[in-house]
Design a protein around this ligand. Structure first.
Ligand SMILES: Nc1ncnc2c1ncn2[C@@H]1O[C@H](COP(=O)(O)OP(=O)(O)OP(=O)(O)O)[C@@H](O)[C@H]1O
Ligand code: SF4
Ligand SMILES: [Mg+2]
Length: 327
C-alpha cells in the first residue's frame, strides 16, 4: 500500500469546546489508484488531508492518535525537516483555490522553475525550460510566452492547470487533490478533471480526490471512501457502491443526485443537518437523520463491518448493512 491512514484522530480546541473533526479514519491508496473521498461539508475530508500532508494548523488542531504510513513509514513520527523533503517531491497537494496557493509576486515560470532549482539543483536556464515543458504538458496555450506572466493574469481554469503542473513537477508518488475543480465553471471543471485523470494514469500516481461531485467520481475513481462526522462510513470499489450502497448515508448521497436512469423520480435529499462536532450523537452518529434507525443505533457505535456479501474489499459502518444492500 502506497498510503495507509490508520485510526487517525484530530481535534480542535476552540472557545466553545473540543471539536472532534476526525474520529478514527482508516483509508488506503495503492500506486496508480484513485480514491475518491466524499462527504458533506464539515465531515473532516480536508482536515484528514492536512494531517497527511503535515500542514494542519497546530494549534488549534491536535492529532491525538493514529498513523499515516507512506511507503511503510509513519509520517507523523518524522521530524519537520524530513517531512518537508517528502512534501513536494513524493507527496503533493492541489487545492481548490489556486490564486491563494500560488505566489502572487512570482511569475508562473519562476515558480515552476523553483521546483527544479531548489529540489533538483538545476541551473535557472534548464529549470525555465522544464517549466515551459510542464506548462505545455498541462496544455497551457503559448506556454513559452505565458511563463513570464503572473498568476492573476491567468483564468481560473488555467491557474488550476498551473497548480497541477506544480504538483506534478517532481513526479510525486501520491497527489492529494482537495476539491480541485469546485471553483471553476462546469465545462472547465470537466477539462481540468480529465487532465488530472490522464496525468494520474500516465505517471501511475496514487490520487486522493476529495470532492462533492458524485458525477466526477464515477468517471475517474477506483474506490470511494464516504465520510460522516469524521469517520469513514462506507468504503468500496466505485461500481459496487453505485450498484448497491451498504450504508444509508451513502444511499442518501446517491439519491440526491439526478440520474438519467431514474428520470421523473423526486430527488430524495438527506434530511436534517450534519452533527455538531462539539457534540457528536451517541451510537451511530448518523442516527438522528437515518431512515433505517433502530434502538441499537442510538447506543452502539457501529464498527466498519466487513461487507462479506461482495468479493471486493468493502466496509460499512452500519449495523444494518445487509438490509441496506438489499435496498
Ligand atoms: N482551523 C480550525 N479551527 C477550528 N476548527 C477547525 C479548523 N479547521 C477545521 N476545523 C473543524 O473541522 C471540521 C471539519 O473540517 P474540514 O475542513 O475537514 O471539512 P470538509 O469535509 O473538508 O468540508 P468541506 O466540504 O466544506 O471542505 C470543521 O467543521 C471544523 O469544525
Ligand atoms: S447504524 Fe443504524 S442509524 Fe446508523 S446508519 Fe445504520 S441503520 Fe442508520
Ligand atoms: Mg474541505
Amino acid at each position: 500500500m502506497l498510503l495507509e491512514v490508520r485510526d487517525l484522530h484530530v481535534e480542535f480546541h476552540t472557545r466553545d469546546g473540543v471539536a472532534h473533526a476526525v474520529n478514527g479514519v482508516d483509508y488506503g491508496v495503492e500506486a496508480g489508484e484513485t480514491l475518491a473521498v466524499l462527504g458533506e461539508s464539515g465531515s473532516g475530508k480536508s482536515v484528514t488531508a492536512q494531517a497527511i500532508m503535515g500542514i494542519l494548523d497546530m494549534p488549534p488542531g491536535r492529532i491525538t492518535a493514529g498513523e499515516v504510513l507512506f511507503k511503510g513509514q509513519d509520517l507523523l513520527k518524522l521530524k519537520e525537516k524530513d517531512r518537508r523533503r517528502i512534501r513536494g517531491a513524493e507527496l503533493a497537494m492541489i487545492f481548490q483555490d489556486a490564486l491563494s496557493a500560488l505566489n502572487p509576486v512570482l511569475t508562473v515560470g519562476d515558480q515552476l522553475g523553483e521546483m527544479f532549482t531548489v529540489h533538483r539543483g538545476m541551473s535557472r536556464r534548464d529549470a525555465r525550460a522544464r517549466a515551459v515543458e510542464l506548462m505545455d504538458r498541462v496544455r497551457i496555450p503559448g506556454a513559452k510566452e505565458r511563463a513570464g506572466q503572473y498568476p492573476h493574469q491567468f483564468s481560473g481554469g488555467m491557474r488550476q492547470r498551473i497548480m497541477i503542473a506544480m504538483a506534478m513537477a517532481l513526479e510525486p508518488a501520491l497527489i492529494i487533490a482537495d476539491e480541485p475543480t469546485t471553483a471553476l465553471d462546469v465545462t472547465v471543471q470537466a477539462q481540468v478533471m480529465d487532465l488530472l485523470a490522464e496525468l494520474q494514469r500516465e505517471y501511475r500516481m496514487g490520487l486522493v480526490l476529495i470532492t462533492h461531485d458524485l458525477g466526477v467520481v464515477a468517471d475517474v475513481a477506483d474506490r470511494i471512501a464516504v465520510m460522516y462526522a469524521g469517520r469513514i462510513v462506507e468504503s468500496a470499489p466505485v461500481h459496487d457502491l453505485y450498484k448497491a450502497p451498504a450504508h444509508p448515508y451513502t444511499r442518501g448521497l446517491l439519491n440526491s443526485v439526478p440520474r438519467l436512469d431514474r428520470k421523473g423520480r423526486e430527488l430524495d435529499a438527506i434530511k436534517g443537518l450534519p452533527p455538531s462536532l462539539l457534540h457528536i450523537p451517541s451510537g451511530c452518529p448518523f442516527h438522528p437523520r437515518c431512515p433505517m434507525v433502530q434502538d441499537v443505533c442510538r447506543t452502539d457505535v457501529p464498527p466498519l463491518y466487513d461487507v462479506t456479501e461482495s468479493d471486493a474489499d468493502r466496509g460499512s459502518a452500519c449495523h444494518f448493512w445487509r438490509e441496506c444492500l438489499r435496498g
